[in-house]
Design a protein around this ligand. Structure first.
Ligand code: F3S
Length: 286
């Protein structure tokens, strides 16, 4: 079998915000007492499982946080939920990424000045759901340029547009373009797309143009991984989204001289390394 060249994207492994969240969780788990996490601390099953083995109790319902401390994920939490948890005597360990915090502060301060808030993002994503709760005025979530076109603005009201941090820059730009064509009393745009997400997408795009196949490694519940996959697939049809090395199919490697690898921001370096090792030893791929 001919050998395959594996090229890694400039950015792989944890982003700054995820690394910080995992380190904070690991430090908290060294202290006595139950440590809960409301939802997954990051969108990577393998990392969450490893933390659970160290004692992290992952619960999906606020009522199941019964004492000790509760970790808030890097995606942030609704201020209303946070207040309710603290009221019950539970200590909050807030790992909200600073870039997410920035978007929350913008949404809150401008909504306090009577601006309505338009968020470009996924309405079901925990970051967006929390963000909406920082808005005292009206909030709207649009997923792309098309849904932004359908949005009806009140001519007498003012609006801001912000992005879910892991949006692609181009998706945000399309939505902003569609909103800018509408009449309203004032519009401010804040590009809150995180730099890491932007750089990761640019690096993936660049790499996809130079290889025969691309593997995007990350959780299938991870928004930024899905974005990366979309960006890569736009440049190269032979782009594949896998959670771990177990997802690689032999047929994907057939006849390929070079393979590019990128990863979502919540994928640890060790999973990326396992993928590289498996491709290099492609006789093992089933
Ligand atoms: Fe934060 Fe950006 Fe990572 S928002 S969690 S540094 S992808």
């Amino acid at each position: 079998m001919a050998s395959i060249k594996v090229r890694l994207a400039k950015k792989t492994g944890f982003c700054f915000g995820v690394k910080r969240a995992v380190e904070m969780a690991e430090a908290a788990l060294k202290v006595k007492g139950p440590i809960f996490s409301l939802g997954s601390i990051i969108h990577n099953k393998q990392v969450v499982k490893a933390l659970a083995l160290k004692g992290l109790k992952v619960v999906n319902n606020e009522a199941d946080v019964t004492g000790g401390a509760c970790i808030i994920s890097s995606h942030g939490i609704s201020p209303v939920t946070a207040k309710r948890i603290v009221k019950r005597g539970v200590k909050l360990i807030d790992t909200t990424c600073p870039f997410v915090l920035k978007a929350q502060r913008i949404a809150k301060s401008l909504s306090d000045k009577a601006y309505n808030v338009i968020i470009v993002g996924d309405v079901l994503h925990p970051e967006v759901r929390a963000l909406v709760d920082f808005v005292a005025t009206r909030s709207f979530v649009v997923k792309d340029g098309r849904s932004a076109e359908r949005l009806k603005l009140d001519k007498k009201s003012r609006y801001i547009v912000i992005a879910q941090t892991t949006q692609s820059k181009s998706n945000f730009a399309h939505a902003v373009r569609a909103i800018s064509k509408k009449r309203c009393a004032g519009l401010k745009v804040f590009n809150t797309v995180c730099r890491d997400a932007e750089e990761r997408q640019a690096a993936a795009l660049l790499l996809a143009g130079t290889v025969d196949a691309m593997f995007v490694v990350g959780g299938n519940n991870s928004a930024n991984t899905k974005r990366l996959y979309e960006v890569s697939r736009r440049a190269l049809k032979e782009s594949y989204l896998i959670e771990t090395e177990a997802g690689i199919k032999k047929s994907w490697l057939k006849g390929k001289a070079s393979v590019g690898i990128t990863s979502g921001a919540s994928t640890p370096e060790w999973i990326v390394n396992q993928v590289v090792a498996k491709i290099l030893k492609k006789g093992d791929v089933s």
